[in-house]
Ligand binder design. Structure first.
Ligand SMILES: [Zn+2]
Ligand SMILES: [Zn+2]
Length: 173
């Protein structure tokens, strides 16, 4: 499998490296990083001061050269009625997105000795692995250590591991 990472708006090299490493480690796939794309003009909702996640997915699917493509942005994203999303993907689609905006918070629930930058890097890896999992047909998993667990807060992201649980692994790998 080939996954193309599509940076949308300015994105640090560290985020691109973490995302690539996370995907390679879990899916053993080829990963490329696309040229930076500008933020789609129609994606911004002025009333919410947030961007619509769907338009980032659409852009990644359109310009990405992978079988699966994942947009990564520092913009704050929302989807329908949810106040915010860390990421979004459609089941079995070829496009997906994650936002680093709300992953930067230093809160880690106090159970980790890791530095803020390590915690942030782990969150980026988990989120890209999670969204690509959806594009491969995986739904949310009840196992709270599994990367496919639904994690609406950074605390829940921090609790889960970067890997698929055995059950999820058997259904896609
Ligand atoms: Zn999910
Ligand atoms: Zn699982």
């Amino acid at each position: 499998m080939h996954v193309d990472i599509v940076p949308i708006g300015e994105l640090s090299g560290a985020v691109k490296r973490e995302a690539s490493a996370g995907l390679r480690a879990v899916y053993d796939c080829d990963v490329t990083v696309h040229d930076e794309q500008s933020v789609p003009a129609g994606a911004y909702d002025a009333k919410r001061n947030q961007h619509r996640a769907e338009e980032f997915i659409e852009l990644a699917g359109r310009v990405g050269s992978g079988e699966k493509n994942i947009a990564i942005t520092a913009k704050d994203l929302f989807y329908r009625r949810r106040n915010y999303v860390f990421g979004l993907a459609y089941l079995d689609g070829n496009g997906s997105v994650i936002s680093t905006y709300r992953l930067q918070t230093s809160s880690d629930g106090g159970f980790s000795e890791k530095s803020a930058s390590e915690i942030f890097g782990d969150r980026v890896r988990k989120e890209v692995v999670h969204e690509i999992g959806h594009t491969m047909g995986l739904e949310h998993c009840d196992n709270n250590r599994c990367v496919m667990n639904f994690s609406p807060t950074v605390r829940e992201v921090d609790i889960k591991e970067q890997n698929l649980c055995g059950t999820c692994q058997r259904s896609v790998l």
